[in-house]
Write a protein that binds this ligand. Structure first.
Ligand code: KIV
Length: 275
């Protein structure tokens, strides 16, 4: 069944947990979709895990559209959400609507995600008014990493926690259909989940959220530049890949690959004429 923002709301109401994973290409999206993941996020984390940047700041609209459209082609049932990259919505409400529209039309998104609270509520409202579903993102928002002074857990003090709670209520009021809560204490995420009518999707926010999201390379052990505390590795695919790459190299050296079954044949009398 095709998942939509309506499915998200129904799942929260029924107490069913929402599963979300990132993907950035057709083949991975197809595998996640076939596994039954509810939603695929084409995160701007593609800046880190696909393009090799240190942060998400350099990711462009063209990057998001290029990868988003590939994921959309692979996802039959999952709701595909595309991240709005840095400076594609902060600059003005107009820019936000135009760029959200491009992610829908050219990137084939089912919804868009942007980072921030009260300060981006006019953008959320205008995008929603244009008929585009918006997922908000609060807490350790990676596009603000330079303002935070690094990847630090957010919302630990009373003021900081109150601000995130107020931001969560504000994005809900502005029309967001869900909110990602990243890198905040579990107790704060639990409280926000209880106070909001829309689903919360946690990443480093404990198991009380209405759903969870992870970067798939973290979950599969494919990315070793840094591993946050909240990541659980479900497989060591990076090791499996490296072993397969090594075996491939060895078999090229030994002549074991390609074998007879990998060859194409032709008639001897034809090849003899060419000698
Ligand atoms: O960019 C991303 O992948 C994200 C998730 C980590 C929530 O925003």
């Amino acid at each position: 069944m095709k998942n939509s923002v309506v499915t998200f709301q129904q799942m929260k109401e029924k107490g069913e947990k929402i599963s979300m994973l990132t993907a950035y290409d057709y083949s991975t999206a197809k595998l996640e979709d076939e596994a039954g993941v509810n939603s695929i996020l084409v995160g701007d984390s593609l800046g880190n895990v696909i393009l090799g940047y240190e942060d998400t700041i350099s990711v462009t609209m063209e990057d998001m559209i290029h990868h988003g459209a590939a994921v959309a082609r692979g996802a039959k049932n999952a709701l595909v959400i595309l991240d709005m990259p840095f400076m594609s919505y902060q600059t003005s409400v107009y820019d936000a609507v135009v760029n959200a529209g491009r992610l829908m039309k050219e990137g084939r998104a089912g919804a868009v995600k942007l980072e921030g609270g009260l300060e981006v509520c006019p953008q959320i409202q205008a995008i929603v008014d244009a008929g585009i579903p918006v997922c908000a993102h609060l807490g350790l928002t990676p596009q603000s990493i330079h303002a935070f002074g690094g990847f630090k857990v957010q919302g630990k003090s009373e003021d900081a926690a109150r601000k995130i709670l107020e931001d969560a209520k504000a994005v809900e009021k502005a029309g967001a259909f869900a909110v990602v809560l990243e890198g905040i204490p579990k107790k704060l995420a639990d409280l926000i989940t209880e106070k909001l009518h829309i689903p919360t999707i946690g990443i480093g926010a404990g198991n009380g959220c209405d759903g969870q999201v992870l970067v798939y390379q973290d979950l599969l052990g494919m990315f070793s530049d840094f591993t946050p505390k909240f990541v659980k590795r479900y497989a060591e695919v990076g090791e499996v890949m490296k072993n397969a790459f090594r075996q491939y190299m060895e078999e090229i050296q030994s002549g074991a690959f390609p074998a007879r079954e990998h060859e194409y044949s032709m008639d001897d009398d034809i090849i003899e004429k060419l000698y």
